[in-house]
Design a protein around this ligand. Structure first.
Ligand SMILES: *[C@@H]1O[C@H](CO)[C@@H](O)[C@H](O)[C@H]1NC(C)=O
Ligand SMILES: *[C@@H]1O[C@H](CO)[C@@H](O)[C@H](O)[C@H]1NC(C)=O
Length: 313
């Protein structure tokens, strides 16, 4: 595949008109790609036998590294102004522009095509979740990219991911770009990049998502649209509530109890660590079924605001 030109058909849908354009895309050689990717961090994919909401797994060392960068920037910024960084209560509500890139194999809903009405429901779901922390999202643009190879392979082929994003990503650090496709034979439903990664890898910034997780999608238990809410939590700087297991500093948020591992299904009660209280199985940053995910904590809201103001504003 490398060195060939693969045409991608892109459907741009302004108002009701569908304009069809053919764009060539030059696949970069793996060497070029890897050198651009150096410093991307050590997020790795882990495989388990049930649906695993999200493919992000951050090692404790990598979490420490990201946190140190964050704390250093926070200190620098506050010494410049002699004020602590913006906090939620000091700022007006934040509105984030969202660009949708629908990668599909065909114009059929079973082949990845996401109708505008479904995107509207997804935007409502996203806004409902983040209304708790004073963040809202505005749907700016949708584009449809018809390409069978990208539809099936982008989720785990980093060359395709890089090329498509380099070609299509819109806006600066504050713009949320969401790419939907099929996660084939996969245990994961989505991936996201962290704010601390933007400077080194602006092209890759964003969320990629299995299209079947959108509201009304085909993935039972994961089709209320909360995978996007979860991934956007990472995009705004949150770790999983079970980051670091039972040991401090965990997810670097003081009001989420320590948690040994991800929750699956929707248990009535779970407490996997001594002390700190029961697991917060309803937290959007856990893995419980969509119906079970309903909350962020004030501490998570504060962390998102700080990371956003330092890295994305
Ligand atoms: C910050 O505070 C220090 C010491 O109180 C002062 O010397 C400095 O001028 C202040 N800087 C700004 C930008 O206000
Ligand atoms: C991507 O996933 C497919 C299907 O599970 C697998 O056959 C392929 O080897 C994977 N490719 C990479 C680069 O991991």
């Amino acid at each position: 595949m490398h060195g060939e030109q693969i045409p991608l058909l892109s459907f741009l849908v302004p108002l009701n008109a569908i304009a069809l354009a053919i764009f060539p895309i030059r696949w970069l050689s793996r060497g070029v790609f890897q050198s651009r990717l150096s410093g991307w961090g050590s997020a790795t994919k882990v495989s388990i036998s049930i649906w695993h909401r999200c493919g992000i797994s951050v090692s404790p060392e990598h979490a420490v590294e990201m946190e140190e960068g964050f704390q250093m920037l926070k200190k620098e910024r506050s010494s410049l102004t002699n004020a602590s960084v913006l906090t939620q209560t000091q700022t007006k509500p934040i509105v984030i522009d969202v660009y949708w890139h629908i990668v599909a194999a065909d114009i059929k809903q079973s082949k990845g095509w996401v109708p505008e009405g479904q995107l509207t429901l997804q935007m409502q779901e996203l806004n409902r979740g983040y209304s708790q922390v004073g963040v809202s999202f505005r749907h700016i643009h949708t584009e449809y990219i018809i390409n069978t190879v990208a539809f099936h392979k982008m989720w785990n082929d980093s060359d395709i991911e890089y090329n498509l994003k380099a070609w299509r990503r819109k806006g600066g650090p504050a713009a949320l770009n969401v790419y939907t496709m099929l996660f084939e034979s996969s245990k994961w439903l989505g991936f996201a990049t962290f704010p601390q990664q933007y400077t080194k890898n602006p092209v890759l910034d964003g969320v990629i998502l299995d299209f079947r997780t959108l509201p009304g999608g085909k993935l039972k238990r994961y089709n209320l649209g909360r995978t996007l809410t979860h991934e956007v939590g990472h995009w705004l700087g949150l770790f999983h509530t079970f980051q670091g297991g039972c040991s401090e500093p965990g997810d670097y948020v003081s009001d989420t109890p320590p948690q040994r591992s991800a929750t699956y299904g929707c248990p009535v009660y779970s407490d996997t660590c001594d002390g700190g209280g029961p697991d917060m199985i309803h937290n959007f940053m856990d893995y419980s079924d969509d119906i079970c995910l309903t909350m962020f904590t004030p501490g998570q809201g504060e962390r998102m605001f700080q990371l956003m103001s330092l890295y994305r504003m």
